[in-house]
Design a binder for this molecule. Structure first.
Ligand code: UTP
Length: 297
């Protein structure tokens, strides 16, 4: 029987320069989509996929993230006294079981691959998930749950993938597909941030992975790749060369790049519109803005 995936790594040690000055003192993952920080969406997705051990790779200046997962007894007592039961439930949803969450430091921002490698001792010899909280994915079935279900059939490595326009491929890791099976694509190679003319496809890697421990060994070789960073994509590609399976998984759902300002604003609108308590006010506002723009043209 295949081993269940119960550990997830959350690499959150990046500098978040695209959100400066906000990220000068606030970790990017604490930035708020409607009323929940990005990291809460990632944790909820992981829980829905059966993850029970949460490994955060953090860096200097990220203590707000650690505080976020602390219990808040005074706040809970106040909400209980004032009978705010709904809010109390929301607050309790952020609590983590003691011992379920671990924090590690990446001392230098040497790249995503290096951040994942920092978690090697806590992962050990089992398959593990990686979630990048700035990729927020809306869907009926959470993306990682879809992947864990598919992975129970395939084993090997699996990366979330989606088709992107040709002029956008250089922002992603891109898959070289050996066999396209629809939802799954068997991969024979991966290229990090290729030039459009050199991209092997338009199937790009999105921030959800299920990886085998051999990828950690490859990361241990610490080879700097695109942008001088230690790239996770390179270590997964090395695993293919070593005879292991890698699958691209076309997930069902809408992905928002909340690491970029435009993506974050789009996600704010989409998640706001999906909320009954905000939908009508938001729609009215959007219609006014569009009407004013049309009138001005
Ligand atoms: P990004 O490429 O989005 O970089 O990292 P960033 O530093 O977070 O943001 P910008 O580009 O400066 O605005 C993708 C993911 O990899 C993590 C980030 O925290 C993010 O989740 N990462 C990146 C690390 O944990 N360590 C690194 O050295 C680099």
């Amino acid at each position: 029987m295949r081993r269940r995936v119960t550990k997830a790594v959350f690499p959150v040690a990046g500098l978040g320069t695209r959100f400066l000055p906000a990220t000068k003192s606030i970790p990017k993952e604490i930035l708020t989509l409607v009323d929940r920080p990005l990291i809460q969406y990632a944790i909820d997705e992981a829980r829905a996929a059966g993850i029970t051990e949460f490994i955060f790779v953090t860096s200097r200046g990220k203590s707000a993230l650690e505080d976020y997962f602390d219990h808040a007894p005074e706040l809970e007592a106040k909400l209980r006294r004032s009978n705010k039961t709904e809010l109390l439930e929301v607050l309790r949803g952020t609590n983590m079981e003691s011992g379920a969450i671990a924090y590690l430091r990446q001392h230098q921002p040497l790249g995503l691959g290096h951040a994942v490698w920092c978690a090697r001792r806590l992962i050990g010899a089992e398959p593990f998930a990686v979630i990048l909280p700035d990729d927020v994915i809306a869907g009926d079935v959470p993306c990682l749950k879809q992947m864990v279900d598919a992975h129970s059939e395939t084993g090997g490595n699996m990366v979330a993938a989606m088709e992107v326009p040709a002029d956008k491929v250089s922002a992603y890791g891109v898959l070289d597909v050996a066999e396209d099976m629809g939802m799954l694509a068997r991969v024979r190679g991966m290229v990090e941030k290729p030039k459009p003319e050199e991209a092997p496809s338009r199937l790009a890697v999105i921030g959800r992975y299920i990886l085998t421990p051999s990828v950690l060994k490859n990361l241990g070789k610490k080879r700097a790749g695109a942008g001088g960073e230690i790239q996770l994509t390179d270590a997964i590609a090395d695993d293919i060369a070593q005879g292991h399976d890698v699958f691209g998984f076309r997930f069902r759902g809408q992905r928002f790049d909340c690491g970029s300002k435009a993506g974050f604003l789009q996600a704010t609108l989409a998640f706001g519109l999906a909320r009954n308590d905000l939908h009508d006010d938001l729609i009215e506002f959007i219609e006014d803005v569009v009407a004013a723009r049309r009138a001005a043209q």
